[in-house]
Design a protein around this ligand. Structure first.
Ligand code: HT7
Ligand code: ZN
Length: 858
């Protein structure tokens, strides 16, 4: 497959100001008639032909200006039509089979309903069209189908007409906002809606609907509340008002990603809509609020202003992730949200940045764009915009975003447009900052503090590592928020923001009679990794005293990571090991007993660094040793702190169920205490977990208990797993949890359990949620996936090969787990390479998987 390069961008030679689509809907044969009004684009180089992208389409007829046309040819899957004049009207009839569409791109059938997914290049699977984001058209759609099968007919915009003819009914929709084809959506099915309304800041009434299958309606209250909160928040914080009379959300159970922001008709994975306390965890509730917010916010950052080309994806995704992060922070605990966001960044994006798939947030080339919906484009993209906000301050940042929305409304814009609006609106000089868009890799900053006389001098040195295709890097501006603590008083004289914009720089601070303690990258002001090489007692001090919650979390993480890396690398003797473990336990005890902390934050401070994050700190990692060391540390902490952990558990267990922060915090620390106990005293923990499971009146407690039990080789395990399955059989989202729990468990036979679950009657290769629940959980379970004999790698390769012809996008998403081989000890690295090689040699591989595998092999 050819490589598509950013520098080759050319405007499309034709404009398509309007399109009229007629759908004659049936599950296995849908006829699509597209009428395109076309005119030459005066801003582009003239061409005599128009390229209409297609993918798997059956062309039934083509006419130009009312006459059947023969002046066309196929170029691969694309249709090239010769157009002699300045403007033309093209009518194209295609036939598609939604029930055979297992890729879930274009128009497909899911559980008897029809729905679409067009981003990034799915529209070309519906009709021939210039399927690129810089061609904006006004859509009018007529859809008809059997009323019994599809009582509800939905599309973008507003419904303008509807009617019936015998058993068939039809609806006509018009979307007044010009949009690219990737934002088109259609749904036809037997659905019911929770309806509500929202009055915008200018007093307009908007009808809101959340459509689900009959029987799921009482699980939509949280989604609707989240939608209304999002709409209000975007008005208050970014001044953005909704712009149609109707906003529909539809939940579908077969979906490649989380959700999709189609204009006025968002389509969601059921996972991000359905919730009640019996079946959804606190994490699920938060996820729904975040994703509903994210898709809604796209209405401005993505739909009103879209992307010129797919290289600009971070323009809409990075910005919208930042917007959803700020929204969720304001709806709940801001410090905890920040910590969670950083944990995702470090757990997923940092490994991406240091591996074979590293790319800048604005990539320079791709073969398959679906492979670039990555944590780099999304999460690092959000961090890059967050840094601009940190440097500008909130008010100036708002001036920048106001200018961006005003300047580019209705356009297909670029990242450069955004940066320029920020420079002009927020009064920032971002000349050098643009490097964050073009350079891949996580910068490392070494921080060394020297104290002499009354002065503390901080030397900061940055290195941006080489990444594939980018051997040499330039220094980037790195905004670092810092504070210097006086150890005696436990206070600091104020937070400062320094910007490190050269390879190395010194910053002096006066007025320190004794050596201060450095707190740096507070609030995670820059997406970098810091090496501060400080004595452990300073970390213990910060873990107990830092007034920046993120920095406090960071100190705890560093204490544990430092010990684990040292221990795995064999750098510590027995005495050093014991001293380090003692310090960690002391810091953890302080956290458990600190009455000023709320439980949500206490939980964050108690979380151990993930296996992936520890591995990331080492040049070459041995997953087996890291896993063993991490579990041993957990057991050691649990043994040393058995009493305080037990007391914490007992206290938290008294808090009755509610959806407020206090009760959520109690549930969080309760299960955390239980998982520590499981490492220290498995027999007691097993009894306690079984009791928690039996008494649970909500999914958070029940899943937490079962997660602990699933990892233990105990008598209580089997019965509870069976009970869970029987209790929730038929509820797909909960059965997903049942699969994931076992695949991610600490049980020594987890790999065998995964094999058995693969054969379970409820496993379904065609359902991405189910596949991910088993295999994503498995691929991130170090004890099982990294089995030293390579069995885990072979199992994942088998899955990829089997899934690739069914759903290439989902298959390709499993490849990065095998692509980490360069950073893994030689024995396993060889086995991982063999697994990749076997995939690469398969006779017919999708473009998605082919690209990921070849890049991973390097
Ligand atoms: N903008 C949406 C991206 C998306 C997607 C991309 C490729 C294939 C399937 C997809 N489903 C949704 C989601 C978002 O970021 O809001
Ligand atoms: Zn998005």
């Amino acid at each position: 497959p050819p490589e598509i390069r950013r520098e080759d961008y050319k405007p499309f030679p034709w404009l398509v100001p309007t399109i009229r689509l007629t759908f004659d809907l049936a599950l296995d044969k849908t006829r699509v008639t597209a009428r395109l009004e076309i005119e030459r684009n005066p801003a582009a180089e003239a061409e005599r032909t128009i390229r209409l992208n297609g993918d798997g389409l059956q062309l039934e007829s083509l006419s130009c200006d009312g006459d059947e046309s023969t002046d066309y040819r196929m170029d691969g899957e694309d249709l090239l039509v010769t157009l002699p004049g300045e403007r033309h009207s093209l009518e194209i009839v295609t036939v598609i089979d939604p029930s055979a569409n297992s890729q879930l791109m274009g128009l497909y059938a899911s559980g008897g309903m029809l729905c679409t997914q067009c981003e990034a290049e799915g529209f070309r699977r519906i009709t021939f069209f210039p399927d690129r984001p810089d061609v904006l058209s006004t859509y009018t759609v007529r859809m008809s189908g059997p009323k019994a099968l599809f009582p509800v007919l939905l599309c973008n915009g507003n419904r303008t007409d509807q009617g019936e003819e015998g058993a068939t009914h039809w609806a006509e929709w018009h979307d007044p906002w010009p949009k690219p084809s990737y934002l088109f959506a259609l749904v036809a099915g037997d659905l019911v809606a929770r309806s509500d309304s929202f009055t915008t800041m200018n007093g307009r009434e908007v009808e809101l609907n959340v459509y689900v299958r009959d029987g799921d309606l009482d699980r939509t209250e949280h989604a609707m509340k989240s939608l209304k909160r999002s709409m209000r928040w975007d008005e208050e914080v970014f001044g953005r008002e909704y712009d149609l009379d109707l906003f529909n959300i539809v939940a579908v159970s077969d979906f490649n990603m989380g959700a999709m922001e189609n204009k006025g008709l968002n389509i969601f994975n059921t996972k991000y809509v359905l919730a009640d306390p019996e079946t959804a965890t606190d994490g699920d509730y938060d996820g729904i609020e975040g994703v509903i917010g994210h898709e809604y916010f796209h209405n401005w950052s993505g739909n009103r202003i879209t992307c010129r080309d797919w290289f600009q994806l971070s323009l809409k995704e990075g910005f919208t992730v930042l917007r959803d992060q700020l929204f969720s922070a304001q709806m709940g605990s801001a410090p905890v949200k920040r910590i969670e966001d950083v944990r995702v960044l470090r757990g997923v994006q940092f490994p991406e940045d240091s591996g074979p798939l590293a790319h800048p947030i604005r990539p320079d080339s791709y073969r398959e764009i679906s492979n670039f919906y990555t944590a780099t484009v999304y999460n690092k993209g959000a961090e890059v915009i967050r840094m601009m906000r940190t440097m500008a301050g909130e008010e100036a940042f708002r001036r920048g975003t106001d200018l961006y929305f005003e300047r580019h409304d209705g356009e297909a814009a670029t990242c450069e447009d955004f940066v320029r609006a920020m420079e002009d609106g927020a009064d920032l000089d971002l000349a050098q900052f643009r490097l964050w868009y073009s350079q891949a890799g996580t910068p490392k900053v070494a921080a060394r503090l020297i104290h002499e006389g009354q002065t503390a001098t901080l030397t900061l040195t940055q290195t941006v590592p080489a990444t594939p295709g980018q051997p040499d890097k330039q220094p980037m501006p790195i905004p670092l928020s810092l504070a210097l603590f006086d150890r005696e008083s436990g206070n600091h004289a104020g937070e400062e923001l320094v910007v490190l914009d050269s390879e190395t720089a010194q910053f002096s601070f006066d007025g320190f009679a004794t050596r201060p303690v450095l707190s740096i990258n507070r609030g995670f002001s820059a997406p970098v990794s810091i090496d501060r090489d400080v004595p452990r007692d300073e970390l213990v001090f910060l873990a107990a005293r830092d007034d920046d919650p993120f920095a406090r979390y960071e100190a705890m993480q560093e204490l544990m990571t430092g010990y684990l890396v040292g221990s795995v690398s064999g750098e510590l003797d027995d005495a050093e090991r014991d001293a380090a473990r003692g310090d960690i336990a002391q810091a953890m005890r302080a956290v458990i007993e600190d009455s000023a902390l709320d439980d949500l934050m206490r939980g964050e401070l108690m979380v151990m660094p993930s296996q992936a994050y520890i591995a990331e700190q080492m040049l070459i990692a041995d997953p087996g040793s890291i896993h063993a060391a991490r579990e041993a540390l957990k057991a050691d902490v649990a043994t040393r702190l058995a009493d305080p952990l037990h007391a914490l558990y007992e206290r938290a267990a008294q808090v009755p169920f509610a959806l407020d922060a206090e009760a959520k915090g109690a549930r969080k620390v309760k299960t955390l205490a239980l998982s520590y106990a499981a490492a220290g005293d498995p027999a007691t923990a097993s009894g306690l977990a079984a009791q928690q499971y039996d008494r649970a009146d909500n999914m958070t407690d029940r899943q937490g208990a079962l997660m602990v039990l699933a990892g233990l080789d105990s008598a209580e395990r089997t019965g509870r797993l069976l009970d869970f399955y029987n209790r929730y059989q038929g509820n797909a989202l909960v059965i997903d949890k049942w699969f994931a729990l076992q695949a991610s468990s600490l049980h020594p036979h987890a790999i065998e359990h995964v094999k058995a679950l693969r054969e379970h009657e409820d496993f379904a290769l065609r359902n991405p949620n189910r596949v991910r629940s088993l295999y994503m959980a498995f691929a991130s379970n170090p004890g099982a996936f990294h089995s030293a004999d390579g069995e885990g790698y072979r199992m994942l390769a088998d899955l990829i090969l089997e899934l690739d012809p069914i759903n290439a996008q989902t298959a390709a998403r499993f490849v990065p787990a095998l692509g980490r081989w360069r950073r893994i000890e030689e024995g396993r690295a060889q086995l991982m390479r063999e697994a990749l090689q076997r995939i690469a040699e398969a006779p017919k591989l999708s473009r998605d998987t082919y690209e990921q595998v070849t890049r991973s092999l390097g």
